[in-house]
Ligand binder design. Sequence first.
Ligand SMILES: [Zn+2]
Ligand SMILES: [Zn+2]
Length: 247
Amino acid sequence: MFIYKQQNPWFESFKIQKDKDWPWIENAEEWSELVSKTLKGVLINNLVLLPSFLFIGALLNDYEPDYSFSLDGLPTAWTLLWQNYFCLVVEDVVSTIFHRLLHTSYLYKHVHKQHHTYTQAVGICAEYEHPLEYFLDGYLPLTISSALLGNRMHIVTYLIIACHRVIAATIEHSGYEFPFEPSELLPFKTSSRYHDYHHQGNINGNFGGGVVLSDFIMGYNKQYYAHLEREQIYKKKENSGKKDKNN
Ligand SMILES: [Zn+2]
Ligand SMILES: [Zn+2]
């Protein structure tokens, strides 16, 4: 919130929805109500639900650890990279399926609408999710992808990937698109603008949870790319108009 409140012109130049004010400027009263609801939701998800899911998972697994804890088997940079990307692709498939399901009318109205309260993504809304959504679209994708690797994955790798997902989700929901997001160096990675477009009202597309592959295969991101194309044509026209005026 510190970065947002500074209204630093350099940061603001990366704001995605430039034609719209930040929600706390638009309506301060509604915003403070939404923030307290969001903080409560995020705390419940992370301090109550997540430990419960992990405990039930361990119980179902007879307390046998899924991951390697061996001190000799600490991951190399290459292992970290390929396992991270493998999980990202599997998570994208799982997440796209569940996210699409959350956009069916009953589940949208009773579950997913909570996350879409934010029509302009802001960092803290990344985990503002109904408990069912937190399970389906937050907990399951990484659990399934890492379970596929079994004990080939080291616990250190798992923890690094889990941290990476939390940071990436916060950046993706930041409302800014920086030209230097390191996680976007990975091929086919989604960007903040990609997910922000989904929040803006493109509720029938851009379901992907990390990479654009499932959306591309299913044709869920056609509307987004058409929008980008229109935006570029508009910018070109605007620039050539400015040049004509200067000449
Ligand atoms: Zn979102
Ligand atoms: Zn959605």
